[in-house]
Design a protein around this ligand. Structure first.
Ligand SMILES: NC(=O)c1ccc[n+]([C@@H]2O[C@H](COP(=O)([O-])OP(=O)(O)OC[C@H]3O[C@@H](n4cnc5c(N)ncnc54)[C@H](OP(=O)(O)O)[C@@H]3O)[C@@H](O)[C@H]2O)c1
Length: 252
């Protein structure tokens, strides 16, 4: 089992959602998991003994702070990097978007991801082995209607594809996991309207953070000869751009 060959993982965006579920699952498999995000209290809860987990080491890092990425994350010896940190763009029409929100989306989802890979990859190259998993989105693979978020996730898609080229011969595997709508706190980054947030998960059976974490671990656990390049993962009743054909509870 390949996962047993890895010892140390770094999960960014580990304070909630897909990152938290992935950090927990990797710890359950016995890995030492370095968990990075801004909310220290959430990371501490993840690492708490009541969780009954293996070793989880919290690191308070803002992925928009380039110096912190290199100083804190670059100092770790990491076999697996899972880039989960990300935010959604605001729901506002494109021509009314706050320029600060545009910067926040691009800096977190693109620059933060690229610099995390750049900070951690030298150690992987030196050891001749590693695995980078980037959490993309169906918004990066299909035109769905959120131009800045879509652009940020399309960048994650090409980053993943081109890393396969740039790192060939190093023993580093690269996987992109691109989920559809997933039941996490990300909707709160898109709108303050709680009814609109709830509507994101209403009317169909939405996938969970644990579903995405399981896909990540499946890709990590493939034999060394196998590189899973891309997983697109949606709810059964969601197609890119449309949801809710059948209600929760499934078909008659
Ligand atoms: N939920 C979906 O429908 C969906 C679908 C496709 C793809 N995705 C992608 O999945 C990834 C995880 O999102 P999620 O759905 O699990 O949402 P989430 O629950 O809101 O988690 C986002 C994580 O990113 C971290 N983060 C945000 N900005 C950060 C920054 N500047 N520095 C460090 N960490 C930062 C947050 O931690 P702090 O706030 O504590 O820093 C949090 O841990 C994202 O890349 C997202 O684009 C989500």
């Amino acid at each position: 089992m390949t996962l047993r060959d890895y010892q140390n993982a770094l999960v960014t965006g580990a304070s909630s959602g897909i990152g938290a579920a992935t950090a927990r699952l990797l710890a359950k498999h016995g890995l030492t998991v370095h968990a990075a995000a801004r909310r220290q209290d959430r990371l501490a809860a993840l690492a708490g003994p009541e969780q009954g987990l293996g070793a989880i080491v919290p690191h308070q890092v803002d992925l928009r702070d380039r110096a912190a990425i290199y100083a804190v994350l670059g100092a770790l010896d990491i076999d697996i990097l899972v880039n989960c940190a990300g935010i959604g763009s605001r729901f506002d029409p494109f021509h009314e978007l706050d320029p600060d929100n545009i910067d926040a989306t691009l800096e977190t989802n693109v620059a933060g991801t690229v610099h995390a890979v750049r900070a951690v990859s030298p150690g992987m190259v030196a050891r001749g082995r590693g695995h980078i998993v980037n959490i993309g989105s169906i918004f990066g693979l299909h035109a769905i209607g959120s131009a800045v978020y879509g652009a940020s996730k399309a960048a994650v898609h090409m980053l993943s594809q081109d890393l396969r080229q740039d790192l060939k011969g190093t023993g580093i595997r690269v996987t992109e996991v691109s989920p559809g709508r997933t039941d996490t706190e990300i909707f709160a980054t898109m709108t303050d309207d709680q009814a609109a947030q709830a509507a994101m998960a209403d009317g169909f059976e939405i996938i969970t953070a644990a579903d995405v974490a399981a896909a990540v671990v499946w890709a990590l656990d493939q034999p060394w000869r196998v590189n899973v390049s891309l997983i697109e993962l949606t709810a059964t009743e969601q197609i890119p751009g449309g949801v809710g054909i059948y209600p929760v509870g499934g078909r008659e």
